[in-house]
Write a protein that binds this ligand. Structure first.
Ligand code: NAD
Ligand code: ZN
Length: 251
């Protein structure tokens, strides 16, 4: 275990371009439930029941209320040492890009500057019909607002199952992945595509893949180095060791 961490610190020491690919697991220690957390928000709903355009069109208020409840959880949460460690890693590299599947903005709040949100964010809204951004406050708790322009219903700006990822964000993620020498895959089950495909892409392009996850995932077989620990303890330790390497004089 400690050995895997040391090897990861060594490959990071030699790297100039790094991608951190993150999933719900990095926010678990902030108290935000993952998909699979027993007893979590998802336990009462199958994601496909609330996180699709069909569900929203059938019952916009139910889906709206569910997301507003999640928003309250996210706003009450704080970034954890895993998020802060990724922000602290940034200055050690020419390029350090966080590519996240999370919609909680905790990477931004922890101070990361280069964050690509593949699945949008729960903290912004737009019209499901005409696509215009919606910024009016306060937001109702139970009823999806109506678009002042077209009368469509307002939805959170997250990517639902079956929807396309934001094209610019995905292209930027692919570029970062193609350039990186190390990809850290952190707290993701690797079951949601096309996002998870980025890890396989990095591997095919010759990057060293490091997985940080207390449990095996669909991406474990892609990993060159497996760190079977929680992100909130592994990442701060990784930064500490990287700092030690970088402080040593090198030829
Ligand atoms: P997932 O729920 O499918 O998988 C979570 C993974 O995190 C699991 O492999 C689990 O073993 C691991 N994990 C749990 N605790 C961890 C910890 N402390 N440290 C490291 N790893 C830990 O989540 P996913 O892969 O992100 O895919 C699900 C989708 O869910 C994404 O599309 C995302 O948009 C959405 N989602 C987002 C949030 C959020 O924004 N915080 C929360 C739930 C779901
Ligand atoms: Zn509209």
């Amino acid at each position: 275990m400690g050995e895997a961490l040391e090897r990861a610190a060594q490959v990071l020491d030699r790297a100039r371009r790094v991608v951190a690919f993150t999933g719900a697991g990095i926010s678990a220690e902030s108290g935000i439930p993952t998909f699979r957390d027993p007893g979590g928000l998802w336990a009462h709903f199958r994601p496909e029941e609330v996180a699709t355009a069909e569900a929203f069109e059938r019952d916009p208020d139910r889906v709206w209320a569910w997301y507003q409840q999640r928003r309250r959880v996210i706003e009450a949460a704080q970034p954890n040492p895993g998020h802060y460690a990724l922000a602290a890693m940034e200055p050690y590299f020419e390029e350090f890009t966080v590519v996240t599947q999370n919609v909680d903005r905790l990477h931004h709040r922890a101070g990361s500057h280069h964050v690509i949100e593949l699945h949008g964010t729960l903290l912004e809204y737009h019209c499901h019909r005409c696509g215009r951004p919606y910024t009016e406050e306060p937001l109702p708790a139970e009823t999806a607002p109506y678009c002042p322009v077209c009368g469509g219903r307002i939805r959170p700006s997250v990517v639902w199952f079956g929807e396309l990822l934001p094209a610019a964000a995905f292209a930027a993620a692919e570029q970062a992945v193609d350039r990186c020498e190390v990809l850290l895959s952190i707290g993701t089950s690797g079951e949601v595509y096309p996002a998870a495909g980025l890890v396989w892409r990095a591997k095919a392009m010759g990057a060293t893949v490091v997985e940080i996850n207390p449990a095996p995932s669909e991406l474990s077989t892609a990993a060159d180095i497996l760190i079977r620990q929680k992100a909130g303890s592994a990442l701060p330790e990784l930064v500490r060791r990287l700092q030690q390497y970088r402080q040593q004089a090198r030829p």
